[in-house]
Design a protein. Structure first.
Length: 323
């Protein structure tokens, strides 16, 4: 079933609805929009014409086969970050393979839907947040595609795509959700996990002015920038971490229960979003992130290194690789 990485050819594995048989079909059309589902969001309701893409990349296999299909007629890709059945710790997620595989499919816009804890009184459980900054406290994750004969230094001064964030905000407004608040802006503290914070840590993060805390936005956002994919996080608040003097400290059970309440709302937002992106995709600075970042030019790389990385500077207009 699996397809070995071959940069000259791309395949999809199509699951027939009549059973578990698979067939191999080559993919010739790019899919520009991806949705990355975090804890509690392992599927995308309303996705029709589904196909499973069991891809190999130079950085291993993604968390799960990528599902492509149509959401209200718009081609999209969906990736379950932790895998079906939530098999992967935040540290174990193959972030490089995930982003690289999306780039192979031609993705230019990626929205991560993630559970977070709140570090601010006004950011309440069941609210949504569009962070515009991250603080990276991870320490055990590969965070770049480069090295081994290729040097690049992308800027993540503004780590999310402001144009994409604006589209998500507009989609939220258009979705007309009842009794749901969206906060635009704020800093997301990304910790290694899998343990939740100590009280001392939670209070420390608050002194930094951070708004929310989670375990998966980094290095995902950094890698998306290296892949020239416009990226945004739609954060679903599930708890107050452990700093709040009148609220219970977060538990996994609490976080998943609140996330499932908000999952349907998130799906309504992203359904509206993909329609907007399909109709008028915004111009994103992320799409040219490597133009001023590559120190080692492709012609100076070894043939093997250049071949390994060339997907990254593809514009995605026809998909990164073709038959």
């Amino acid at each position: 079933m699996a397809s070995a990485y071959n940069p000259g050819r791309r395949y999809a594995l199509q699951r027939f609805t009549s059973g578990c048989e698979y067939c191999m079909t080559s993919m010739n059309s790019a899919i520009h929009i991806a949705l990355i589902g975090g804890s509690g969001l392992y599927d995308m309701a309303g996705l029709s014409d589904r196909r499973l893409h069991d891809l190999d990349t130079p950085f291993g296999k993604p968390s799960d086969p990528i599902i492509t299909g149509r959401l209200n007629g718009v081609p999209v890709a969906f990736l379950s970050r932790h895998g079906q059945g939530h098999r992967l710790l935040p540290t174990e997620v193959p972030y490089r393979a995930n982003i690289f595989a999306l780039k192979m499919l031609g993705v230019r816009f990626a929205v991560s839907i993630s559970a977070v804890g709140s570090l601010r009184e006004e950011v309440e459980p069941l609210h949504m947040v569009l962070p515009d900054q991250y603080i990276d406290f991870t320490r055990r994750r590969e965070s770049t595609f480069f090295g081994d004969g290729a040097v690049a230094h992308v800027s993540i001064a503004q780590p999310v795509c402001a144009a994409l964030v604006g589209e998500v905000q507009a989609a939220f407004t258009a979705a007309r959700l009842d009794n749901v608040t969206l906060h635009r802006g704020g800093t997301y503290v990304c910790i290694e996990g899998p343990q939740f914070s100590s009280l001392a840590e939670s209070l420390w993060y608050r002194t930094m002015g951070a708004s929310v805390i989670g375990m998966t936005a980094m290095p995902e956002a950094k890698l998306a920038r290296e892949a020239q994919i416009a990226y945004a996080t739609l954060a679903l608040v599930t708890d107050y971490d452990c700093w709040h003097p009148r609220e219970r400290p977060v538990t996994a059970e609490m976080a998943i229960a609140n996330l499932q309440i908000n999952a349907a709302n998130a799906q309504r937002v992203v359904t509206t979003l993909v329609e907007r992106l399909n109709g008028a995709p915004p111009v994103s600075l992320a799409h040219s992130a490597l133009s001023a970042a590559l120190v080692t030019q492709p012609e100076q790389m070894s043939p093997a290194t250049r071949e390994r990385l060339r997907v990254l500077w593809s514009d995605g207009s026809q998909g990164a690789v073709q038959e």
